[in-house]
Design a protein around this ligand. Sequence first.
Ligand code: FCB
Length: 450
Amino acid sequence: MNFPKNFLFGAASSSYQIEGAWDEDGKGESIWDHFAHIPGKIKNGENGDIACDFYHRYRDDIQLMKEIGLQAFRFSINWPRVIPDGYGKVNIKGLDFYNRLVDELLAAGIKPCVNLYHWELPQTLQNLGGWMNRDCAKWFSEFSSVIADKLGDRVDDWMTLNEPMMSASLGYVLGYHAPGLKKPLQFFKVVHHLLLGHGLSVKAVRAEAPSCKIGIALDLRPVYPESESIKDLQAVKNADALMRRTFLDPIFNGTYPPLFNKQNILARARIKEGDLKIISTPIDYVGINTYSRDKVRYSRWAIGTGFTGPSEKTVDKEYVKDGIQYTAMNWEVYPQCIYEILMMLKKDYGNPDVYVTENGAAFTDTVENNRVHDIKRISYLKDHLTGVKQALDEGSNCKGYFVWSFIDNFEWSEGYCKRFGLIYVDYKTQKRIIKDSGLWYKNLITSNKC
Ligand code: FCB
């Protein structure tokens, strides 16, 4: 099964999850530094202070990427590393890190794909309300300009935000993620400001790097009902509007779905004239982060969607129930998920260019004689790539695929126990081992087929 000739195979990461060096070289505090340091917020009291120590080890890690044959590496910029207070003075040492990282990737023949926001808001801005404050959109676009000005001569591929739905729901409604707030009435306001920030950032990056390609990474999953009851079927419609159309409609069509408008009265998110025009500034592609599907049931909470967020119930390890495999994140393995999302984008949003910006699985890994035989991860990746191929055959404009993740890392509120990497990390020694899935991926990239 061959992929198109220019199809891009990469792997993804994010700054807080891998970099460490949380207070080095003039870096400011991010909401994740702050949140993870509060006792009880993260499993086993862990935090990202050191993580994979990528800040110091990036050169060696890029050699490992090269060994796997990665064609592209998606990474994010830690905002307070570059602008410690969120706006104003630039920390040259922080900016220089990303400058060196880009040069090193290019020297290794790996395409750098920059994601501007993977949830690390400067804590100083959170103290001013974070994304509940409309000014945050403006500060984000200023930050985007600084980065594009520095890297835009060498970086062609950009993303504004990673999963704004997760920032708003896990961060501001459920409180599982930084900033850890439980303010459901602020949800739509936060979403609107994030999207406004996205639109302004697209313009800011293009102003500095006119020939670049820029998009956004959205978490999109097919939605299914838990039962055939009328209420659950209605919940599917609501969840679809809330989790997908609330982001896709304004970006592609310049409108919010009716459900958003109804709730918005409650949320008092002041949508100003011209906002939707900014939000719908044309993008070059949409990134999709897709791992599974959602099964929803009606509930009076969360606008009748039954949506309670992916971290609702955590488990220690993967398991099989009723013949269905679940990962160590308690996520159902549903290999058609990417195919279904790609087809939905084709049907409902004019078949835009798409990159699968994240897909992968956490399974329990064990080291045997310096090897990690992660067969379940290989079959997960293979089955999902089969879905990508099927969508391509049916006319999808999918242009590339990024495994989550390049390396085992800090999995947010779950800490270090959930391993997603193509590369295994022994966190005590920081020793790396390329897993069998990494070797399998290398073979796939070389042969261009799976
Ligand atoms: C996504 C996040 C990413 C990682 C994966 C497992 O929602 O974008 O950082 O945690 O889930």
